[in-house]
Ligand binder design. Structure first.
Ligand code: IMO
Ligand code: MG
Length: 431
């Protein structure tokens, strides 16, 4: 039974939520492997919109098993809020959710440190979601993180927290001039969380390997995107985890031999939220119209997203980093009305053309995109479900993108709705 990873090919917000929701039908298990509640995966079911932050998007299919891996950082309060929000809307969550013992907890000081560190960076701030993601991963790497399983051993939780607070309270007080945190208050809060989420905590690596042995299919749900990956993204304007395909193995405790395919998700144009270089960003009316038509406002923070034409330099880079078998192209319909559509095929900097992703700050910030112009189709593609029904010029656009990025476009999304999708190759059947 195939195991497929779905990864964002750009700077996040590519429409992974919808693609994962559709593909969940073919999987038994949906597993998140990195990130935290910085993610915002939007799924529309029968006109009803759900935004998932931590819980895998498979949860909207009742019979699917959902797993949160060790690579994820979890704010228990946000998790409980999400569980309750879903339950209030009739989505039952009980024996179908599992959370790794080894996942790291986001603590109250992580949120404070996230915001203070952003404040101190001023104009150079990353524009984080302010949810404590970065500082939680810092503690994980510094080997002072507190993990889910520590919640189950109150004495150990207390000892770890005591050690961390002795340092952090000094930092908060002397450097950031904020109030010290009270250990008893945190302990009582976090022990309260255990009562609510304790039942979900388990050895996820063991569980998922057993599922695979039993022949179950796994869908690995990537959060963020390749260009936000801490190793391969536009560092330092990235998130603090490995959003790329490799993260699925380390983030869940499975071997690379168990993976059967990788699907990249890319919008038909490009967006980014937060700071950092963005070569094809349009600060003009076209950028504004992409934002309006595409409703490009963050699902997590509500911030307006920066918009621009499709950048095939960076999607081709994502193909290389993740080894995509194919791509799901989302929001094609947003390009319907444009008489002319541009595709970025390279960057120009100081007379030199870059057709492979550069990493140098000077080039990324200072380059001019090199565009190819394509005639727009100027017809509605909304709701088209068969490739042959797409306007010829839209097909030409897709073919050109396939050629430029070097893999096939296997899925095309023509609106937010589940059914408005063209599936040319199904990763669970054809990879
Ligand atoms: P999904 O899964 C888009 C961005 C933030 C910021 C940077 C670091 O919905 O695609 P962080 O809070 O993670 O430390 O912020 O990463 N960012 C996202 N951008 N989509 C996301 O998730 C993102 N998660 C984080 O805006 O620039
Ligand atoms: Mg999002």
């Amino acid at each position: 039974m195939p195991n497929i990873i779905v990864v964002g090919a750009q700077w996040g917000d590519e429409g992974k939520g919808k693609i994962i929701d559709i593909l969940s039908k073919y999987a038994d298990v949906v597993a998140r492997y990195q990130g935290g509640h910085n993610a915002g995966h939007t799924v529309v079911v029968n006109e009803e919109e759900f935004i998932l932050h931590l819980i895998p998007s498979g949860i909207l299919h009742r019979e699917k098993i959902c797993i949160i891996g060790n690579g994820v950082v979890i704010d228990p309060e946000a998790l409980i809020e999400e569980i309750e929000g879903l339950e209030n809307r009739g989505v039952a969550i009980k024996d179908n959710l599992f959370i790794s013992k080894n996942s790291h907890l986001i603590m109250p000081y992580h949120r404070i440190l996230d915001r203070e560190s952003e404040r101190s960076k001023g104009v150079k701030s990353i524009g984080t979601t302010g949810r404590g993601i970065g500082p939680a991963y810092v503690d994980k790497m510094a080997r002072i993180g507190i993990r889910m399983l520590d919640l189950l051993e109150p004495q150990i939780f207390r000892e770890k927290l005591e050690a961390n607070l002795s340092h952090i309270n000094n930092l908060l007080h002397t450097i950031y001039k904020t109030d010290r945190l009270d250990i008893e208050e945190i302990i009582s809060k976090y022990m309260g969380y255990v009562e609510r989420i304790g039942i979900y905590i388990t050895d996820v690596s063991m569980l998922i390997n057993k599922f695979m042995k039993d022949g179950k299919s796994i869908l690995f749900e990537g959060a963020q995107g390749t260009l936000l990956d801490v190793d391969h993204g536009t560092y330092p304007y990235v998130t603090s985890s490995n959003a790329t395909a490799g993260g699925a193995c380390t983030g869940l405790g499975i071997g690379p031999t168990k993976i059967d395919g990788v699907l990249g998700v890319s919008k038909a144009y490009t967006t980014r939220v937060g700071g950092g270089p963005f070569p094809t960003e349009l600060k003009d009316e076209t950028g504004e119209s992409l934002r309006t038509k595409g409703r490009e406002y963050g699902a997590t923070t509500g911030r307006p997203r920066r918009c621009g034409w499709l950048d095939t330099v960076l999607v081709r880079y994502s193909v290389r980093i993740n080894g995509f078998n194919g791509i799901a192209l989302t929001k094609l319909d947003i390009l319907d009305e444009y008489p002319e559509i541009k595709i970025c095929i390279g960057y120009k900097y100081k007379g030199k053309i870059y057709d492979e992703m550069p990493h140098e700050h000077s080039v990324l910030w200072g380059c001019e995109p090199v565009y190819e112009k394509i005639e727009g189709w100027q017809e509605s593609t909304i709701g088209i479900k068969a490739y042959k029904d797409l306007p010829a010029k839209a097909q030409a656009y897709i073919k050109r993108v396939e050629y430029l990025v070097g893999v096939s476009i296997d899925i095309i999304s023509t609106s937010q709705k589940r059914d408005d999708t063209i599936i040319k190759r199904n990763p669970f059947k054809d990879y």
